[in-house]
Design a protein around this ligand. Structure first.
Ligand code: SAH
Length: 256
């Protein structure tokens, strides 16, 4: 007789439905729980208990979703996968970024405290725990190797999104409640945060809640645009054809 080993589930989130659709399709024994206008998909993925949820876009949406994952579903760990705009010429559409440090670029309580510092927490950059970095680095390197060998994406998809050889980056990610889509916005962020690889709208909020509750977290981003005047394109298609495939492969390897 098989005995079920009970373990706390892992929480997995994406901001948009296209970002979690691929993962949901791979889940087994799915049970839906509705809390706070969100659907939490509880089930199994790679033989692990997981709770998958669409956080919706932005810092408040992401933070409150993580809070529900921790309190309502007792997750032991949180993984966020999504897309982001590049802040560096060498970081290209289709590349994967693993966040090592995360900052909220729209936080400004100066002159009470330094700009970008989270008030009363004394933190400016949230750090991904070492173990999560090591595990994700290995998993994502494998995903990129597969992508480079054209095992994940067809030539047609690579051409459509003008992707050549995707690269894998580890470093600083900044988050704020702004879709960055002009040269001037991008330039300002580059000047203020020269180490940042990309910009998105949830990561540093997820990191803050996980930090406050001491829950290990991993933030993975596929570059979807260059955060400039050309950043509006077919988002849902890019996520479906590229980013969500990366997410499925990355999470499968992380849970294996
Ligand atoms: N135009 C899109 C909206 C995407 S909002 C649509 O209509 O569906 C952007 C989402 O992708 C957020 O979840 C954010 O985290 C990420 N993102 C991708 N590129 C971004 C950019 N240039 N600036 C900010 N967030 C970005």
């Amino acid at each position: 007789m098989l005995t079920e080993v009970s373990s706390a589930p892992i929480g997995i989130l994406g901001a948009m439905k296209e970002e979690v659709a691929g993962l949901l399709a791979c889940m087994e024994s799915v049970r839906e729980v509705h809390v706070g206008m969100r659907t939490f998909y509880c089930g199994r993925l790679m033989n692990r208990e997981v709770v998958l949820v669409i956080s919706r876009i932005g810092k408040v949406a992401a933070a409150s979703t993580v809070s529900a994952l921790i309190h309502q579903f007792q997750v032991s760990e949180v993984i966020f996968t999504g897309v982001a705009g590049s802040l560096r010429p060498e970081v290209k559409v289709g590349d994967i970024v693993l966040a090592k440090r995360l900052l909220q670029h729209d936080m400004d309580a100066s002159p009470l405290m330094p700009r970008f510092e989270i008030p009363l927490l004394d933190i400016t950059w949230f750090l991904t725990p070492d173990l999560q970095m090591q595990q994700a680095e290995k998993a994502l390197q494998d995903v990129i190797n597969d992508a480079d060998h054209h095992r994940l994406l067809t030539d047609e998809v690579l051409q459509r999104f003008q992707m050549t050889q995707p690269s894998f980056w580890i470093g600083d990610v900044i988050s704020g409640d702004q879709f960055v889509s002009s040269h001037s916005q991008k330039k300002e962020l580059q000047q203020l945060h020269p180490t940042a690889l990309c910009v998105e709208m949830e990561g540093a909020a997820v990191a803050q809640i996980c930090y406050e509750y001491q829950i290990p977290f991993t933030i993975i981003r596929t570059i979807s645009d260059n955060a400039d005047d050309h950043s509006e394109f077919d988002f849902p298609l890019f996520i479906k054809e590229v980013a969500s495939r990366y997410s499925v492969e990355a999470i499968r390897r992380l849970l294996a």
